[in-house]
Design a protein around this ligand. Structure first.
Ligand code: SF4
Length: 393
């Protein structure tokens, strides 16, 4: 006889450190007791990380908003002749690295549109320029969708390993998690038809893991997907991580970042986007189902810093970084793309929520910091800039 699934049966599994199955996940998505789900996710989070909350000092660089596609949820893309279209030069990329150096950032996060004309060399030149300007800066760059695009323009569409090796040689340090959206084919065809399907998204991450690159994963929720689509998305991520672990790959997924759909001026802006309760529930379910992912991140740019504080009690252990000039989404319809929190802002927000802030680098190693000077724990000094140039709040 099949066991009845409810929060008590799920709580028993969690107490006994047993994996939740598909039926448990299905129940969680229809369960209206958001606080009950959050309480279970908090238990798992505290078992793994205690009261530590991670953050990093980073800088986002969106090199171009020109894109060959027109995903319906996207408010970022422009066509090349649009007045607000832009393409950054290699010199501008170098300047970004210099600004990161002055601020003592440990990471630069680089993504852009699928530019129809820039050549493959542009991307390797950009990575090299950044690495040369600030060698200790970790370059986390290019979603899986961009990697497929780069493989195509490199004229080696089937040689993902070769393309990734070229990018690694130029300075690539890890992959972000974007471009996953929702893995279901119906949602793909209705909302982002031109993008790669789930199979290719996983192929890129698998190739990266085989080469020893760490990567991350996302889920874009709150648009036209169903609860079942969200569930299957998370289960596919969990299965991929199981495979990476089973095969002893040198790379793996580090964190999942559930991203709420922000309608903005997208073609889906008749939809309201998720509520705060939906955000909290999604983050908590992510923590409960993804038992082989170390971290669950709330991206404060999209979820707001206030909700991210609350999310720390719903399974989240990471609230990303200081983030300057994030161009993809303007939360609350703000027109500026300058979105920054100082280190003390971030730390204060974490402390006020009852947690202990710990700075990490991209690979989740602890960072010891003195102004803009920093080093990873037990490592050599990696960076230095005059303290007068640093904004640490
Ligand atoms: S989501 Fe990415 S691929 Fe789709 S239109 Fe926007 S920038 Fe282009």
């Amino acid at each position: 006889m099949a066991m009845t699934v409810n929060l008590h049966s799920i709580a028993r599994k969690i107490e006994n450190d047993r994996r939740l199955d598909e039926a448990d996940g299905r129940f969680l998505f229809v369960c209206r007791d958001v606080h009950g789900i959050g309480e279970l996710a908090d238990r798992v989070r505290r078992r793994r990380h205690g009261d530590i909350t991670y953050y990093n000092v980073n800088r986002h660089f969106n090199y171009s908003n020109v894109c060959a596609l027109r995903c319906r949820f996207c408010d970022f893309y422009r066509k090349r002749d649009d007045a607000s279209a832009y393409e950054s030069s290699i010199d501008e990329a170098r300047q970004q690295a210099e600004l990161a150096r002055q601020a003592g950032a440990t990471e630069i996060h680089i993504v852009g549109g699928l530019h129809p004309y820039l050549p493959f060399d542009y991307y390797t030149d950009m990575l090299r320029a950044i690495r040369q300007a600030y060698p200790s800066l970790h370059i986390k760059a290019f979603t899986a969708v961009e990697i497929i695009h780069l493989a195509r323009i490199s004229k080696r569409p089937r040689d993902l390993h070769g393309v990734l090796l070229d990018l690694i040689d130029a300075g690539l340090g890890s992959l972000p998690g974007g471009g996953a959206e929702i893995f279901d084919d119906r949602v793909h065809d209705e909302a982002f038809k031109g993008k790669v399907r789930s199979g290719q998204w996983f192929e890129v991450h698998r190739a990266a893991h085989e080469l020893g690159l760490m990567s991350n994963a996302t889920i874009l929720y709150g648009h036209i997907e169903s609860p079942e689509d969200r569930l299957q998305h998370l289960l596919m991520l969990r299965a991929a991580q199981d495979e990476a672990n089973r095969d002893g790959l040198p790379g793996r997924f580090q964190t999942v970042i559930p991203l709420p759909f922000v309608p903005g001026r997208s073609a889906l802006n008749h939809l309201p986007g998720p509520t705060g309760l939906d955000d909290l529930k999604m983050l908590a379910i992510g923590r409960l189902l993804l038992d082989n992912f170390d971290h669950i991140k709330a991206f404060w740019i999209m979820q707001s810093i206030g909700l991210s504080q609350l999310a720390l009690q719903f399974g989240v252990d990471d609230i990303d970084g200081t983030v300057v000039w994030y161009d993809i989404t303007k939360a609350d319809g703000r027109s500026t793309t300058h979105q920054e929190l100082s280190v003390s802002d971030l730390r204060d927000a974490i402390v006020a929520a009852g947690f202990v802030p710990v700075e990490r680098d991209t690979l989740y190693r602890r960072v010891e910091r003195d102004g803009a000077r920093w080093r990873v724990e037990s490592g050599p000094s990696l960076s230095a800039a005059p303290p007068s140039q640093v904004r640490l709040g």
